[in-house]
Design a protein around this ligand. Structure first.
Ligand SMILES: O=C(O)CCC(=O)C(=O)O
Length: 294
């Protein structure tokens, strides 16, 4: 990559500048070899299990070689621990403010033969340019990322281009006046254990994997606390996981109220963690439940 693009940096002040100016940053050596191995082993096993069970999800072009694995937070403590890694707070706190949420945590295994993903922004559904991002991503590289193996393609600086903002709030946003093209992109590259962090307004997509080995990545998608999350953790998080989980993680998953949002019954600012909903049903004037109305 030339100097006009963000260079990999361990200096978090520089990384934050890259995010502001280029819309992305690459931080090397975030994960140790042992962490990479533990995450990758669990992911590979889970992906095989989902194929064996007939529930695997594939994309990446007509032959659909790539495999996505959803809802990683139900699929191993090793994934849940990662959401409390200090780099998440260091970068997402910068982009989205201190009370950001995990919107989804998934994996993309880009296999040989995978075609470039349609370029998109991750907040296209907003329908207008926002002066700050409302969502942002971290791609955790479990293999070396290269141009050849499908390293995420990015249009550097496109987060600041208001004319490149998708124009509708529909599920499939309308193309903007200044639609970026694949030729405008560069590939994010870095050794396994690096992260690519990017602003939700930047145009990007998975690259084509032209090698003979899969490219494993975890994708943690984060949002400001007033944005609807991509994965519904209050419905989907396994109750047995929820019961044993750390409040710090549950709060990041949206089990806390924020500015009165996400509440059940009256806002209870002194008790931010709603693990037990405590909903009140229909009551008679004497306070007894009205069974006939439920
Ligand atoms: O896997 C990648 O490199 C990026 C994936 C992506 O852009 C997406 O899932 O929206």
């Amino acid at each position: 990559m030339s100097a006009e693009y963000a260079q990999p940096t361990a200096d978090l002040s520089q990384a934050r500048r890259d995010l502001d100016e280029r819309g992305y940053c690459i931080v090397p050596n975030v994960l140790s070899r042992a962490e990479i191995a533990a995450l990758k082993d669990r992911l590979v096993e889970q992906a095989a299990g989902e194929r064996a069970r007939g529930v695997a999800f594939h994309d990446g072009g007509p032959s659909r070689p790539n495999q996505r694995v959803w809802m990683l937070l139900n699929k191993g403590r090793v994934f849940r621990d990662l959401m409390l890694h200090p780099i998440v707070e260091a970068l997402m706190g910068h982009l989205l403010g201190p009370d950001f949420l995990v919107s989804s945590f998934t994996a993309n295994i880009a296999h040989p033969g995978g075609e470039p993903m349609v370029l998109h922004t991750d907040q296209g559904y907003v329908g207008f340019w926002t002066p700050r991002p409302v969502v942002a991503n971290i791609a955790w590289m479990l293999d070396d990322f290269s141009e050849a193996n499908g390293g995420t393609r990015l249009v550097a600086g496109s987060h600041l281009d208001q004319r490149a903002t998708p124009r509708s709030s529909a599920y499939a946003p309308e193309e903007p006046a200044n639609m970026p093209r694949l030729e405008d992109t560069i590939a994010a590259e870095g050794p396994a254990g690096s992260i690519l962090c990017f602003d939700g307004r930047i145009w990007h997509g998975t690259g084509a994997n032209r090698t003979d080995r899969p490219r494993h990545a975890l994708l943690s998608y984060h949002c400001r606390p007033f944005i609807r999350q991509q994965e519904n953790f209050t419905l989907g998080l396994d109750p047995s996981v929820r019961e044993g989980e750390r409040p710090a993680l549950l709060n990041r998953l949206g089990f806390a109220t924020w500015a009165g949002l996400g509440r059940v019954e009256a806002p209870r600012p002194a008790a931010p963690l709603f693990v037990t909903p405590g909903a009140v049903g229909p009551l008679g004037a004497d306070g007894a439940p009205l069974e006939s109305l439920t």
